[in-house]
Write a protein that binds this ligand. Structure first.
Ligand code: 2SA
Ligand code: MG
Length: 419
């Protein structure tokens, strides 16, 4: 635990509760609005931490990304749940889940997820609010994602092909459709037509006919009816909840090293999974934010292409992958594995100002004769880099200095690393 920078919500926990669960006081002492963010390249175990913390919060909110996230949670009976769009708080009856304005929503996928949860005994009724400002992600965005990757050939990004980039492109181009557009089906078809025409004129392989458009509009008329009870002005709901002293936990998807601004661009996702994405993706003020927990795995994994300075290949990589069960929740892809990278972690700590770190999967390293940590990056001429480079050419050429894990301490305010 590190000093907190913001006033905290009063912790109302009885001595008996603390005795029954020693973690209770620490968890309840978390600020009124707290966040769980990935501090590597994703898959650090954010979903598990959110699941642990959720019972102490009134609301769990997603602020960015979409169904590219894959949060795996096991319930008390050992049943496995793979969540993509629905916040991980859904497994706790008393928690309200919010899908914020910054999220991109594939409505059919959203309902598939809800159907899956309900058929496994999880009641979703009245427990999920979807922002009326969130952008709609259509099948056409997924098709474009695939076509764009194919076009990139050998320099493909390795996206989840969930249409995330193309949907955020529509949003930024300002011809995207939002959840609130489902309330205006009279103009919905015309707006969707613009997106279809866009894709068809750009990609030869994009098949499009007016009858396809008509079918899609009919499909969305049905979705509009089913989605209506979920739709809310979540900006208003969240700000009212803050006024009412309710506790909000923000569940980050992906991670800072995949951030559109701070990650290893262009091998990144198309949203802001770092602290700044919370305010933009939920419509809450920066001064409301309190504790931000950076989740960090005891080693590093990455899915998709892009530089990975501490990557391990061959048997060493296989060992981590198999003992850590490092396969994508969304796509099942084997994750690339390597040592913990303190240079990248320090950079993430600077950007997010984490109040604490949650170190996960330390047990996976059990039995290894040595555990390495990247402690600095050097340029080919031997000069040490002072910060995590923005230029990929520089990053690809760095030589990593490793430290062995003999004694290891991190101090976040001085940002010093000892080994
Ligand atoms: P996209 O689909 O446009 O967001 O892909 C762009 C890059 O972001 C990476 N990315 C991820 N990396 C790790 N985990 C992610 N979620 C799933 C999971 C991944 C899976 O939690 O397991 O199942 O494969 C995730 N989402 C996006 C992606 O690999 C690209 O490098
Ligand atoms: Mg994941």
């Amino acid at each position: 635990r590190l000093p907190r920078r913001w006033p905290l919500a009063p912790a109302a926990v009885s001595a008996a509760a603390v005795e029954a669960d020693p973690a209770a006081d620490r968890v309840s002492a978390l600020s009124q609005v707290a966040g769980v963010l990935g501090s590597q390249w994703g898959d650090e175990g954010k979903g598990k931490l959110v699941d642990v913390l959720a019972p102490r919060f009134d609301i769990v909110a997603r602020c960015q990304g979409g169904a590219n996230a894959g949060h795996t949670i096991y319930n008390s009976e050992g049943k496995k749940f793979a969540l993509h769009l629905v916040p991980s708080g859904i497994l706790h009856e008393g928690t309200l889940c919010v899908v914020g304005n910054g999220v991109v929503i594939h409505v059919p996928g959203f309902f598939d997820e809800i159907d899956g949860l309900e058929s496994n005994g999880v009641n979703c009724n009245g427990r999920i609010l979807v922002s009326d400002r969130a952008h709609l992600l259509f099948d056409l965005h997924q098709a474009v994602d695939g076509l764009r990757e194919a076009e990139l050939a050998n320099s493909f990004i390795g996206t989840t092909k969930r249409g995330i980039g193309p949907c955020y492109s529509s949003k930024v181009t300002r011809n995207g459709l939002r959840v609130c557009d489902l309330r205006h089906m009279d103009t919905f078809g015309d707006k969707l037509d613009v997106l279809f025409e866009d894709a068809a004129s750009r990609f030869e392989g994009f098949k499009y006919s007016k009858s396809m458009l008509k079918e899609e509009v009919e499909r969305y008329k049905r979705f509009a009816e089913r989605l209506e009870p979920f739709i809310a002005d979540t900006v208003h709901v969240l700000n009212e909840s803050i006024q009412q002293k309710k506790k909000i936990l923000v569940e980050g998807g992906q991670a800072t090293m995949l951030d559109i601004d701070f990650g290893t661009y262009p091998f990144v996702t198309s949203s802001s999974p770092s602290a700044g994405g919370i305010c933009a993706g939920l419509g809450i003020a920066p001064r409301c934010l309190g504790d931000l927990i950076g989740v960090v795995k005891a080693y590093t994994t990455r899915v998709g292409s892009g530089p990975f300075p501490t990557e391990l290949f061959g048997e060493e990589g296989d060992l981590l992958r198999n003992s850590g069960m490092e396969f994508g929740t969304t796509t099942g892809r084997p994750r690339r594995c390597g040592w913990l990278d303190i240079v990248a972690l320090k950079y993430c700590c600077q950007i997010n100002g984490f109040s604490s770190l949650n170190l996960t999967k330390l047990d996976v390293l059990s039995g290894l004769p040595e555990i390495k940590l990247a402690v600095s990056y050097n340029q080919p001429d031997g000069q040490k880099l002072q910060s995590f480079p923005g230029d990929l050419d520089t990053l690809e050429q760095v030589q990593v200095s490793f430290g062995m894990l003999l004694f290891f301490s991190l101090s976040f305010h001085g940002l010093s690393v000892e080994q």
